[in-house]
Design a protein around this ligand. Structure first.
Ligand SMILES: *Cc1c(COP(=O)(O)O)cnc(C)c1O
Ligand SMILES: [Zn+2]
Length: 398
C-alpha cells in the first residue's frame, strides 16, 4: 500500500450531491450552478495517516496534504502559507473583562501576500497548474487578486486581475508588481465577476472566482485544521469570521466535518460559527435575520464600506454559509466602518497587532456580542484576523 500525497476522490455538487470527476478543470456544478466541493477518501486517510504524525511535518498548510487536492508534491506552489500563530489576546476584550476573557486570535496577516487569501490561492493555483490551465483570471475586491498574482508568478502562469477601480490601491499595486495585468472597472466585485468570466472564455484561461472553482475553499479549510491542531485537537466554543464571499467560513466548517469523520476530534458540540459583515453591505446578515436560506443581492448602489473584502453584494455560497451559521447555533451581525476603524487602533495599542479593517470587524462583533450576552467572556472565542493592517497604515491619519 503506497501512501498517496492527496486522497482527493471526487467533487460533489453542494446543492444536489451529484458526483463529478475531480481530475479535470471544473467550475460550478453543471446540474445546479452551485459550488462543487472536494471529497476525499477519508477512510483511507484514517487508515494511512496517524494524527500525531502531523506535528512533525513542515510548518505550512501543506502539512495536511492528504486532505488537500494537489495530487503530486512537485506541483505544489508554496510561499510558506499557513501555520499562522494562534495568539491569546485577552487585552482585546472590553476593559474590565480582560481577566475572564478567553479570547484567541488567529493571525492570518502573517501569511505571504499579507492575508489569508494566500491559502486559497496556493491550493487553487497549484491545482490549476496540475490540471493544465493556460492562464488565470480572477475578479477581486482586493486581496484575492494580489494573492493570485503572487502564486501565478511562482507557477509561471500568466494572470489577469479584474477589480473595481476604487479597490484599495495597495492591492492593485501588489497585483501589478507580481506581474499580473490589472483590469479596472467602474462597478462592484459582481461586475468584475462578469468581466473576468468573459475574459476567461475569450482566452481559454481558467476563472478563479470565489467558490466558482472548487479549490480555494480547500486552501482556506486549513484554517480549521490548524485551529484544532493548535488547541491540542479540540475546538473552541465560538468563532467569529469576517464574511465576504464566504470561502473561509465554508472551508472551516468543512474542515470540522472532515476532522470529525476522521475521528481526529471529539464528537462533542462544534463551535458556534458567527459571521460579521459591514453595515453598508450585509446581504447574509439580512438573510439570517429574515430566516431565509438564500441571500438576496444587496443593492449595488448601496454597497459601501471601507472593508473592501466585505464589499460583496452577493455570494454564490450563500446557502452553505447560512447553513454553517444556523447548524452551529451561531449568529450573523453587522458593524459600522467607524467601529472597525476604532478596533484597528484598539488592537494596535492594546496588543501590538496591526490588523486590516475586515479583521477589526470581528473584534467589534466580539465586543457587541459580549454586551448583548450572546457570548460570555468565559466562552473560548477565536477571532479570525484575516489580513494585515500594514498596507492601509497611511489611511488612519495618525
Ligand atoms: C477576502 C477577505 C475577507 C472575506 O473572506 P471570504 O472568505 O471571502 O468571506 C475577509 N478579510 C480579508 C482581509 C479579506 O481579504
Ligand atoms: Zn446539483
Amino acid at each position: 500500500m503506497v501512501a498517496r500525497y492527496s486522497y482527493l476522490s471526487h467533487l460533489r455538487c453542494s446543492a444536489c450531491q451529484r458526483r463529478y470527476e475531480a481530475d479535470r478543470l471544473q467550475t460550478t456544478s453543471p446540474c445546479c450552478s452551485r459550488p462543487l466541493l472536494a471529497q476525499y477518501d477519508l477512510s483511507a486517510v484514517e487508515r494511512d495517516v496517524a494524527r500525531d504524525e502531523i506535528a512533525r511535518r513542515e510548518a505550512s498548510m501543506w502539512r495536511y496534504h492528504e486532505l488537500l487536492p494537489v495530487r503530486e508534491k512537485a506541483h505544489v506552489q508554496t510561499l510558506g502559507e499557513g501555520m499562522t500563530p494562534l495568539v491569546a489576546a485577552s487585552r482585546l476584550a472590553p476593559p474590565g473583562l480582560e481577566k475572564d476573557a478567553r479570547l484567541l486570535v488567529k493571525d492570518e496577516g502573517q501569511n505571504p501576500t499579507g492575508s489569508f487569501k494566500a491559502r486559497g490561492m496556493a491550493a487553487a493555483v497549484s491545482r490549476a497548474l496540475e490540471l493544465g490551465a493556460g492562464g488565470l483570471v480572477t475578479p477581486t475586491a482586493g486581496n484575492a487578486g494580489a494573492a493570485m498574482a503572487a502564486y501565478a508568478a511562482r507557477a509561471g502562469l500568466a494572470a489577469i486581475v479584474v477589480t473595481p477601480e476604487d479597490a484599495p490601491q495597495t492591492c492593485i499595486q501588489q497585483a501589478r508588481i507580481y506581474g499580473a495585468d490589472v483590469v479596472l472597472i467602474d462597478g462592484l466585485i459582481s461586475d468584475a465577476g462578469h468581466t473576468a468570466a468573459s475574459l476567461a472564455r475569450e482566452r481559454g484561461w481558467f476563472n478563479m472566482a470565489t467558490l466558482r472553482e472548487p479549490y480555494r475553499a480547500e486552501g482556506k479549510k486549513t484554517m480549521g485544521f490548524e485551529l484544532a491542531e493548535q488547541l491540542g485537537w479540540r475546538l473552541p466554543d465560538a468563532i467569529i469570521y469576517p464574511c465576504g464571499g464566504g470561502t473561509g467560513i465554508v472551508g472551516i466548517w468543512k474542515a470540522f466535518a472532515e476532522l470529525r469523520e476522521l475521528g481526529w476530534i471529539e464528537h462533542k458540540r462544534l463551535p458556534r460559527m458567527i459571521i460579521v459583515q459591514a453595515e453598508g453591505c450585509a446581504p447574509l446578515v439580512r438573510a439570517f435575520e429574515q430566516g431565509n436560506e438564500v441571500a438576496e443581492v444587496w443593492p449595488s448602489k448601496r454597497a459601501s464600506t471601507r472593508a473592501a473584502g466585505l464589499r460583496v453584494p452577493s455570494a454564490i455560497g450563500d446557502r452553505l454559509i447560512l447553513q454553517a451559521v444556523r447548524e452551529s447555533g451561531g449568529t450573523a451581525i453587522c458593524v459600522s466602518d467607524e467601529a472597525m476603524i476604532h478596533m484597528v487602533r484598539f488592537a494596535a495599542y492594546r496588543e501590538g497587532m496591526l490588523i486590516a479593517v475586515e479583521a477589526a470587524a470581528t473584534l467589534a462583533a466580539y465586543h457587541r456580542l459580549l454586551a448583548t450576552h450572546f457570548l460570555a467572556p468565559t466562552d473560548e472565542t477565536v477571532l479570525f484576523f484575516t489580513g494585515s493592517g500594514l498596507p492601509d497604515i497611511g489611511k488612519y491619519s495618525l
